[in-house]
Design a protein around this ligand. Structure first.
Ligand code: SAH
Length: 569
């Protein structure tokens, strides 16, 4: 197996600096032992203008088999021979990736103690790999695959299929490609990390055991480029040798990285999932107050007669929101419920207190939120029977997930506003298109109400992590569009104390699968004390075509139960 890395330079910035970057002296031939054979590093050329470092990996195929890590271990007799007579010594593959990491470990980290700052400088690089296995047919193999993997990273890719035998062109092409990568402004460490991940991906077969910590390795090497790579799903899948559980874990963590990057924050910061929005700031009080009172509640409890109206108003909103969700779930007769973006599990706690809910799945992208939820729900100390009703799983809602299928209802309580708007369609598809529960309950803040929060400066969202907050017309337009797209009907209703001018602080949409029946069933009685809790929202929004009555075939509004009628604006 052979690979070379070349760079060009000038007298001021000589190409031979490559030796510092690689931590390998250009004047020496060096030999290293790797787990699969001997690696040799040498420089065919090392001048100011051009410098080339070569890595030659001398694989020992017999040792590979003896170690029991070779492909096809324990195969048929023919295959057993193939263990010894194979391409491993010649074709760059996952073994070369392992050697890269062994031999150039420091360079890969972007560290250059001898010349601080040098590793940070991008420079022209040319990488040549005379033979790389590129398994797969058509677009998912051969030169096309090489282009799909490297071009999005800014490489100019020259890849050509190697004929099976040059003397017999009619035999066609082999599964190997000659690969040349050229970049004008590349950090060497980035190039090495990319090769470390993408050579095995191109090969499509890992020649050593794929352990769970491969996810960590993939994400560490993919830092800074994999989260934005258009082929990241394919890369994760092939890198992890199609081990689906590991691939899923990688995709979830990439999603977290993307969420963090979009906000210019660290993953640890974004993985907070603390429910500290203004309207929920008194949640602990709510929790204390709600102990034992929420059980079985299908209607809200606004408790307007409580003292300290300001504090109580905040406390009762979180409470009312949960009550409104429970009421909506009761209306549709849901027994198996998925709480998507469950955070620290407040709603799950309420669901578990109600025997109608036989199975509750909590999903969140944040591992920290999930462990907080497990702690708060006292999962460890739950009776076996109670514990059998609840499951918490980590997952990114912007990816389809078979674990979410088959539920009576899914809840997205104060979740959608945590996604960047361009990611929202992915969640819509994953929930309404792929998981397809019979009903979906979505709550989100009503931005119009923000002027009523004394502590909220004008024009601000309620929570630092909110990517958007919608007014009533925007939320309704969204609900209508999603319902129409995925074959649901939607009703939108206010939650919390309603203001004549700006509406209620929270808005809730209840989606049911299927087109609207002719006669609407009576909605459940409105939870006290909000008489307008199931008020109709009938005003078409002039700014959005989807809200025109003619364009709203699958949306209905709740029957009006209040004298004020359906106008909420
Ligand atoms: N539903 C909870 C938490 C709301 S905070 C409650 O009402 O208390 C929003 C939650 O959504 C956070 O826990 C956050 O980690 C989660 N979240 C945000 N984006 C997500 C995504 N793409 N996939 C899964 N969960 C996500």
């Amino acid at each position: 197996m052979f690979m070379s890395i070349s760079t060009t330079g000038t007298a001021e910035s000589p190409a031979s600096d490559l030796g510092f970057l690689l931590h390998k002296h250009p004047g020496k031939v060096q030999r290293f032992s790797t787990s699969h054979g001997e690696a040799h590093v040498f420089y065919p050329e090392a001048g100011d203008e051009l410098c080339t470092a070569a890595l030659l990996l001398d694989i020992d195929p017999i040792a590979l088999v003896r170690k029991g890590r070779g492909k096809g271990r324990g195969g048929s007799p023919d295959f057993a021979l193939a263990q010894y007579v194979n391409d491993r010594p010649y074709a760059a593959s996952s073994l070369l990736a392992v050697a890269l990491r062994t031999v150039f470990r420091t360079a890969m980290k972007g560290v250059c103690e001898a010349r601080p700052g040098l590793a940070e400088l991008p420079r022209p690089l040319r990488i040549s790999l005379p033979a790389v296995p590129a398994n797969g047919a058509g677009e998912s193999g051969g030169p096309a695959m090489a282009a799909r993997l490297f071009e999005p990273l800014g490489w100019q890719v020259e890849a050509s299929a190697i004929p099976l035998d040059e003397a017999f062109p009619e035999w066609g092409e082999s599964r190997y490609v000659r690969l040349e990568l050229a970049g004008t402004e590349v950090r060497l460490a980035d190039a090495l990390q990319q090769l470390y991940v993408l050579l095995p991906v191109l090969d499509g077969a890992k020649h050593y055991w794929v352990a769970p910590d491969e996810v960590d390795k993939l994400l560490a090497a993919g830092a800074g480029w994999l989260a934005d790579h258009p082929e990241q799903a394919l890369i994760a899948r092939r890198y992890l040798s199609r081990r689906w559980a590991l691939t899923r874990r990688a995709m979830e963590r990439l999603e977290l990285a993307r969420l963090a990057e979009a906000d210019d924050r660290e993953v640890e910061e974004i993985d907070n999932a603390v429910d500290d929005s203004v309207d929920d700031s008194a949640d602990e009080a709510v929790d204390a107050a709600a102990e034992g009172t929420v059980g079985g509640a299908a209607a809200g409890d606004g408790r307007p007669e409580q003292p300290e109206p300001a504090a109580e108003r905040k406390a009762s909103l979180a409470d009312q929101r949960r009550a409104a969700i429970l009421a909506a779930l009761g209306e549709v007769g849901a027994a198996r419920v998925a709480d998507l973006g469950c955070g620290q599990g407040e709603l799950i706690g309420a669901l578990l207190k109600d025997v109608r809910f036989t199975e509750v799945l909590g999903v969140d992208v944040s591992a920290r939120a999930l462990s907080a939820a497990a702690r708060k729900l006292r999962l460890e100390r739950m009776s076996e029977r109670q514990a059998a009703r609840v499951r918490l799983v980590q997952g990114a809602l912007t990816y389809t997930d078979a674990r979410l299928k088959g539920f009576d209802a899914a809840v997205l309580c104060e979740v959608i506003e945590h996604l960047d708007l361009p990611r929202l369609p992915a969640l819509e598809y994953a929930v309404f298109g792929a998981a397809r529960p019979s009903a979906v309950v979505v709550t989100t803040p009503n931005a119009e109400y923000n002027v009523r929060w004394e502590s909220l400066p004008a024009g601000h969202v309620r929570h630092a992590d909110h990517r958007f907050e919608w007014d009533r017309a925007q939320f309704r337009a969204w609900a209508e569009r999603v319902a129409a797209t995925y074959g649901y009907t939607a009703v939108v209703r206010p939650v919390g104390p309603e203001d004549a001018e700006v509406g209620a602080p929270t808005q809730l949409a209840l989606f049911r699968i299927g087109t609207p029946p002719d006669a609407e069933p009576e909605p459940a009685p409105a939870p006290a004390p909000a008489p307008a809790d199931v008020r109709a929202l009938t005003v078409p929004t002039p700014t959005h075509p989807a809200t025109h009555p003619a364009n709203r075939p699958t949306t209905r509004t709740d029957a009006t139960t209040t004298p004020e009628g359906g106008e909420t604006r």
